[in-house]
Design a protein around this ligand. Structure first.
Ligand code: ZN
Ligand code: MN
Length: 481
């Protein structure tokens, strides 16, 4: 067995790390909340403007279930290989907290909409896959949003915004199948990718995805870290917890079962309260909503599912013959995948993949832009100019950057920036001039100093202002040396 490197940044180095996740996903692409007609377009609205008697829990108001939310929940459940239960039902989870105007959260308990699924992720070594089992996916309403002045454990006052109260949520609960913070992050990335393809949740919106993590080490109780608001945060919080629990155990003390809060700024978890047990919530069936029988809907909903990332990746490998890395990068975002297919319909797929992943994506990331900022038709035009020998590789990159920074069409930019490759005789005379001017370098090369050639190529590039391909310049120089 290979020796293990011991590192304190988390990971299973023999402490028996066990991680389970509970992910809350907002179904925020719908028009309205889960039980009322208040809109979900509240992100730029003043606090408490998207509310009504139902989501404020006023006496006498009655919930009406949003059918589209149920359909989206079923979509996610199918994509996570879950079983849809023949009869499903809402419950009241009772607890008093100011973010919960009714005094209870309408959620699911016994008879959740779906159970027993899995999501496949790559293993830590990166050359295999393994299944992370999903215990259940259930529906519930989002509580309001509490805004603590300062940090949560030392806050002078708290503000409440009920715009978020009643937003449809899915709670996705995994089995404790994850073994390291890295693996947890990989799982979360994969899940987010899936939700993007299903077009049910915009993960960029504030609060769209929140993670609670259960984590324990062999010999200790588990701690629950609540409301981690980013995937990177999840990895950091878990790494911190592993070190904290390991140190507690090393001192011969016991890890207590408790709920902890992750302080994103300080990168630490702090104790909130000892964990309530389930019976504290006094769950009981919601008397204002009838049980649902939705298995009849499943076949039709299944038909509406798009091609999912794993299947698409496999198809890209098979149909286009591109590399595994390119296929993986292209299927991180359904829009990028579509962009690739548009370009590959006119340009050699391997060339398309390489320019999109290795060049365009980098330029987009650098500018914090999405692929929507670039037209597939422009990419096709640029690659045609390059493949026809009208512009150099460097010229093609210049056009991409110019479009992103200043706009314009490829043809306009070629003429404005004089990117068309220079004529053969111009290259030939540039080569002659360089050979005449750089006697030292020529002598170095002839005495076996092969690196001098690079210098000479650079001089030809400089004289032609980059409008010659370096291999072409190199070849012409070699002919004369
Ligand atoms: Zn409402
Ligand atoms: Mn929940």
């Amino acid at each position: 067995m290979p020796a293990r490197t011991r590192n304190d940044t988390g990971g299973d180095d023999g402490d028996g790390v066990v991680i389970g996740l509970e992910i809350h996903v907002q179904l925020n692409k719908l028009h309205s909340k889960l039980f009322c007609s208040c809109g979900l377009d509240y992100h730029n609205a003043p606090p408490n403007t998207h509310t009504c008697p139902v989501c404020l829990g006023l006496p006498g108001s009655l919930p009406v279930l949003n059918k589209s939310a149920v359909q989206n929940a079923i979509k996610v459940a199918i994509a996570l290989n879950c079983e849809i239960l023949p009869q499903t039902q809402f419950y009241r989870k009772n607890y008093y907290y100011p973010d919960l105007p009714k005094g209870f959260q309408t959620t699911q308990y016994d008879y959740p909409i779906s159970t027993d699924g899995y999501l496949t992720i790559e293993d830590d070594q990166g050359h295999g896959t393994r299944r992370v089992r999903i215990n259940r996916v259930h529906m519930e309403e989002d509580p309001g949003r509490l805004v603590h002045e300062g940090s949560i454990d030392r806050s002078k006052f708290t503000l409440i915004d009920y715009n978020r109260a009643g937003v449809p949520l899915l709670e996705i609960v995994t089995e404790p199948d994850l073994r390291s913070p890295k693996e947890a992050r990989r799982f979360l990335n994969k899940l987010r990718n899936l939700l993007e393809y299903l077009d049910v949740s915009d993960g960029d919106l504030d609060g769209a995805l929140r993670v609670d993590a259960n984590i324990s080490l062999a010999g200790g109780a588990r701690a629950e870290v609540k409301n981690i608001s980013s995937y990177k945060g999840a990895e950091r919080a878990l790494s911190f917890e592993i070190v904290r629990q390991r140190n507690v155990l090393r001192r011969g003390e016991t890890v207590v079962q408790e709920t902890r809060h992750f302080d994103e700024l300080r990168g630490v978890t702090v104790s909130l309260r000892t964990k309530e047990t389930e019976h504290d919530y006094r769950y009981f069936p919601e008397p204002d909503l009838v049980p649902m029988m939705v298995t009849d809907w499943v076949p039709d909903i299944r038909k509406t599912l798009p091609e999912l990332p794993d299947a698409q990746r496999a198809r890209f490998l098979k149909v286009y013959g591109i590399t595994e890395n390119h296929a993986t990068s292209l299927t991180i975002d359904p829009r990028l995948a579509q962009f690739f297919e548009d370009v590959a319909s006119e340009i050699d797929p391997k060339t398309s993949a390489s320019w999109i992943v290795d060049v365009l994506s980098g330029e987009l990331n650098y500018r914090d832009l999405r692929v929507d900022a670039f037209k597939a038709s422009d990419m096709i035009e640029i690659l045609k100019l390059f493949l026809d020998g009208v512009i150099t590789e460097r010229g093609a990159v210049t056009i991409i950057r110019t479009i992103l920074d200043e706009g314009g069409t490829p043809a306009e930019i070629v003429s404005k920036k004089e990117l068309a490759k220079v004529e053969d005789d111009v290259v030939a005379s540039a080569v002659d001039e360089v050979l005449a001017e750089c006697g030292d370098a020529v002598a170095d090369y002839r005495s076996g100093e092969t690196k001098a050639l690079n210098y000479l190529v650079g001089q030809v590039m400089k004289k032609t202002r980059g409008r010659v391909d370096p291999p072409d310049a190199r070849m012409r120089l070699l002919e004369k040396l």
